[in-house]
Design a protein around this ligand. Structure first.
Ligand code: SF4
Length: 477
């Protein structure tokens, strides 16, 4: 018999940005009743199931089916610019530093007459905001005006896992208030105001559609990107590669201890310089790729400038793989930039049809996506066919499915930095496998993206950037 699936109510309520109270009002029940349905403590009556299906325009079966028998949601139509994916900003977290900074800047600009501000952080922002330095970034953004930051870790009735409330005060009186959601990769949405509509400059949004178009028109994936973006895009991407390289160079020269209290030693420089006398080519490759990934991860954890690829926490994977290839002397900047565009298409497909946010889908959405992007970029660099590029990206994502987000003390350090290095190596392996086995594959990239989304939806919130489960429970003294 089919069972009621509590997470479906959470999923739809979140998607429609409704609070438990708002949904309760529509159904004529209390927010407490909604909370009980969502935590599995009770089930809605048959009548309420009918109302739920009407409110969210889904069949009743949607709340009753098993996750593995769910029909896949129809893909989004079109995608935003790759410029929205690769952003330059301060670490350590795109959703916890770049996103909130952006929301506060917009609000500050709108409330020039305010003499002080208050920001209340909820959900993942509250639970890991301290470790991610969200309060520091928020306070800095409102300078020279004063801003009080409150971490509300108890409020569960929030429309998005990364919710914040920003309040403007004048003479101790509230003059404006807004709710903002940091939706991943540094992007922000505001409640009840018309958000800048997302400009879907790409008409296609699945790998299948894009690949079909490219095959028909004898185009590479990066050419498809160029065809859809505007004249500034190429220069933007050249700058992205420049910043990625600078971050690696800075990271390799840096030493000491990372901020935050975990006393984590920076290791990129040590890895870079620890050559064995009889080091094999494979060991060297491993050491160098990991050194580059550590360099970016450590710069990010130090709050320095990185490129989201697709997020700050996962920013080391893609540049590490590409920088290693360039250092071997094989590829020019222009070739690397093209590979970055191909990676951008892959990241954009994931962002559009699933998520690149750890708070929404766990680390599979961050490091898993970064690994898929790196694998596609490397396959592009090696001149592999579109089918092989797809298979490389699919392998890279598939073997991150279910990966949880569990940063110790909410700092983007353990396991994040090492995880970037491991994913960079995995991307290289994925390309190697794809070049041999591509013609026997059974799973498409689109399918694995959909599976990642469903896995993230079914993942317990303790494993989604809340620092409440997994490794995050370990006490390090
Ligand atoms: S565990 Fe992964 S998703 Fe979570 S903060 Fe670290 S890198 Fe980001």
């Amino acid at each position: 018999m089919n069972e009621f699936q509590p997470e479906k109510v959470i999923e739809l309520r979140t998607k429609h940005k409704m609070s438990q109270r708002e949904l309760g009002k529509c159904l004529g029940v209390t927010d407490r009743a909604i909370s009980k349905w969502e935590t599995g403590l009770s089930k809605p009556s048959g009548q309420n199931l009918i109302y739920l299906s009407k409110i969210f325009s889904v069949p009743i079966e949607y709340f009753l089916q098993k996750p593995d028998t769910l029909k896949t949601a129809s893909p989004q139509k079109g995608m935003e610019s790759i410029i929205e994916l690769y952003k330059i900003g301060s670490g350590p977290s795109s959703s916890h530093t770049i996103g909130p900074e952006k929301a506060c800047l917009a609000f500050k600009d709108k409330n020039k007459e305010a003499d002080e501000f208050e920001v209340i952080l909820y959900g993942s922002l509250a639970k890991t905001g301290k470790g991610h330095g969200t309060d520091e970034v928020v306070k800095k953004t409102f300078l020279p005006k004063n801003c009080r930051v409150i971490f509300d870790v108890l409020k569960a009735d929030i429309p998005h896992p990364n919710t914040m409330e920003i309040i403007a005060l004048k003479g101790n009186k509230e003059i404006d208030r807004i709710r903002a959601f940091s939706v991943g990769g540094g992007s922000i949405e505001f409640e009840n105001i018309k958000n800048v509509p997302c400009n879907r400059i790409y008409r296609k949004s699945t790998f299948n559609e894009i690949a079909e178009y490219c095959r028909k028109n004898s185009k590479k994936l990066w050419e498809y990107a160029l065809e859809n973006e505007d004249d500034t895009f190429l220069d933007y991407m050249r700058n992205i590669w420049q910043v990625m390289k600078e971050t690696i160079t800075r990271g390799l020269a840096d030493d000491g201890v990372l901020p935050g209290g975990l006393e984590v030693q920076k290791k990129a420089k040590i890895l870079f310089n620890s050559q064995h006398i009889d080091e094999s080519a494979q060991t060297r490759e491993n050491r160098m790729v990991c050194a580059y990934a550590f360099a970016v991860g450590e710069q990010n954890a130090s709050g320095c400038r990185v490129v989201t690829a697709p997020t700050c926490g996962a920013a080391g994977v893609l540049p590490a793989v590409l920088y290693y290839q360039q250092q071997k002397g094989e590829f020019s900047d222009e070739e690397i930039v093209r590979a970055l565009m191909t990676a951008g298409i892959i990241g954009n497909i994931i962002k559009t049809n699933a998520s690149i946010s750890g708070a929404e889908c766990g680390c599979q959405a961050e490091v898993g996506s970064a690994c898929a992007m790196a694998a596609a970029a490397l396959a592009e660099l090696f001149g592999l066919s579109i089918d092989k590029i797809e298979y490389a990206a699919e392998i890279a994502m598939e073997h991150h499915l279910g990966l949880t987000c569990d940063p110790i003390c909410g700092l983007v350090q353990i396991p994040c930095i090492e995880r970037n290095a491991v994913a960079a190596m995995r991307a290289i392996n994925a390309v190697s496998l794809s070049s041999f086995l591509w013609d026997s594959r059974k799973i498409s990239f689109d399918k694995v993206v959909q599976t990642m989304k469903e896995t993230g939806r079914d993942m317990h919130t303790a494993y989604k950037e809340t620092a409440e489960g997994g490794l995050a429970k370990i006490k390090i003294t």
